[in-house]
Write a protein that binds this ligand. Structure first.
Ligand code: S3P
Length: 452
């Protein structure tokens, strides 16, 4: 346990660089491993989740080396010697992926195409997360998967550990019942091994990093809005080098900090600006935030747009975040709830129920924490799901909150505490390592540059 006290600050000023986007990094590593060539991946984060993917592929026989990048405390250059689609080997022991849901679900897609048996398991928060959403389509393609039974949990869900035996996959046409980039990606990765055309239809558009990265590695993929098709059994050709832009989900904490803290002007350099991740910027601008994007480069090697985000102190007003916007900012909802608390009026997050199956139940963790800081927050069940309403009054009180072992809840509470009316005590922030080990060392210099 690493408890932490946050005292209010009076301004955030400066320019920061963040390590790479977690989602893009996972995909870059996986496709590099499945390609025929050697790939250098730059700005790869050394966060626990990204290392889980790297170690999983090492366990599968892939030769991977890593070295620290100069001047950045947590970025790595990772070199991967591709094994081709049939070169991965049965691991000596079960693969442990820590708390990384993305590693587990995407890895299952790859293992579905490998003709050996593997056990995949994870840490206590991950073995409580639902896996039926990936097991069902992968079984339809021909993978054999045994999951932990659910009788004890009283539902039809499936949970890790998972035993998977892959090989001999059939292509599939599948409409995904839940908006999930992880499920879409698991199917597209399995489709690489199937002889024929796999078609995936999404209910709502989700992050499209897998599609972009597959195209950059020469896969035969076509995207038509929410319909994606991929012709399998074609060798992947690496672009040889991939640069991972800074993670907009990590940038989100600094964007909100800059917007809600008086006397602030923060620049975040080289951030991934993929339109399927820009929900946070769109919603904050709608709330009145002063956010500018500069130095935008649209065409980089792996087809991910990148640019600088500049945010200044703003007066925020409430908004409604619609169902179709949720996947475009799914990981940013905790910090957006903090922004909503500092805005004036009732902000509603429609159909936010997917938050219940993240690292923790983020509806419970955030509503409890905001209430502990004197904010009115409500959960309303609807015919389609659950809405969360936050009644912003322009400030939050001092108080004691919990991270619930969840990195995004912890960082959201640190930002809230910096702008609160008094001290905010957080029970445990050791979970920051999951996505952002150097969060505090990036944050502190911004706050040191006080303005009078
Ligand atoms: C991710 C997709 C999202 C997101 C997660 C990363 C990805 O999960 O919450 O942090 O990289 O594909 P879902 O697919 O479960 O929505």
């Amino acid at each position: 346990m690493k408890s932490f006290s946050v005292v209010p600050a009076c301004g955030a000023q400066g320019s920061i660089k963040l390590s790479g986007d977690k989602s893009i990094a996972h995909r870059a590593l996986i496709l590099s491993a499945l390609s025929q060539q050697k790939t250098a991946i730059y700005n790869y984060p050394s966060s626990d989740d990204c290392l889980a993917t790297l170690n999983a592929f090492k366990a599968l026989g892939c030769r991977i080396s890593q070295k620290k990048e100069k001047g950045k405390s947590s970025a790595l250059t990772v070199t991967v010697k591709g094994q081709g689609l049939s070169g991965l080997r049965r691991p000596a022991r079960p693969i442990f992926v820590g708390e990384s849901g993305t590693t587990m679900r995407l890895l299952l897609g790859v293992l579905a195409g490998c003709s050996f048996q593997t056990t995949v398991t994870g840490a206590s928060s991950l073995v409580r997360r639902p896996m039926a959403r990936v097991c069902i389509p992968l079984r339809l393609m021909g993978a054999r998967i045994e999951a932990r039974g659910t009788q004890d949990l009283g539902s039809n869900e499936e949970y890790p550990p998972l035993n998977i035996t892959g090989g001999e996959l059939q292509p599939l046409t599948y409409t995904i019942p839940v908006a999930s980039a992880q499920v879409k990606s698991a199917i597209l990765l399995a489709a690489l091994f199937a002889d024929g055309v796999t078609r995936v239809i999404e209910p709502i558009a989700t992050r499209d990093h897998t599609e972009r990265m597959l195209a950059a590695f020469g896969a035969r993929i076509k995207v038509n809005k929410q319909k994606i098709s991929l012709i399998g059994n074609t060798a992947l050709t690496s672009p040889r080098s991939v640069y991972v832009p800074a993670d907009i989900s990590s940038a989100a904490f600094f964007i909100v900090l800059g917007a809600i803290m008086p006397n602030s002007l923060v620049t975040i350099e080289g951030v991934g600006l993929n339109p399927t991740r820009m929900g946070i910027v769109q919603v904050l601008r709608r709330m009145g935030a002063d956010i500018k994007v500069k130095n935008q480069k649209l065409k980089v090697k792996n087809a991910e747009p990148i640019g600088d985000i500049i945010v200044a102190t703003s007066k925020l007003k409430a908004t409604v975040i619609k169902r179709e916007e949720i996947p475009l900012l799914i990981d940013e909802i905790p910090i957006l709830m903090v922004a909503a608390s500092f805005a004036r009026g009732r902000t509603v997050f429609q159909d936010a129920q997917e938050l219940r199956v993240k690292e923790t139940d983020r509806i419970v963790s955030m509503v409890r924490n905001l209430r502990a800081l004197g904010v009115r927050a409500e959960i309303n069940k609807t015919a389609q799901g659950e809405n969360v309403a936050v009644y912003g009054a322009g400030s939050v009180c001092a108080g004691r909150v919990e991270s619930f072992g969840d990195h995004r809840t912890a960082m959201s509470m640190i930002v809230a505490g910096l702008c609160a009316q008094g001290k905010v005590q957080i029970d445990d922030i050791s979970c920051l390592n999951k996505s952002f080990p150097d969060f505090l060392s990036v944050l502190k210099p911004l706050l040191a540059k006080r303005v009078s």
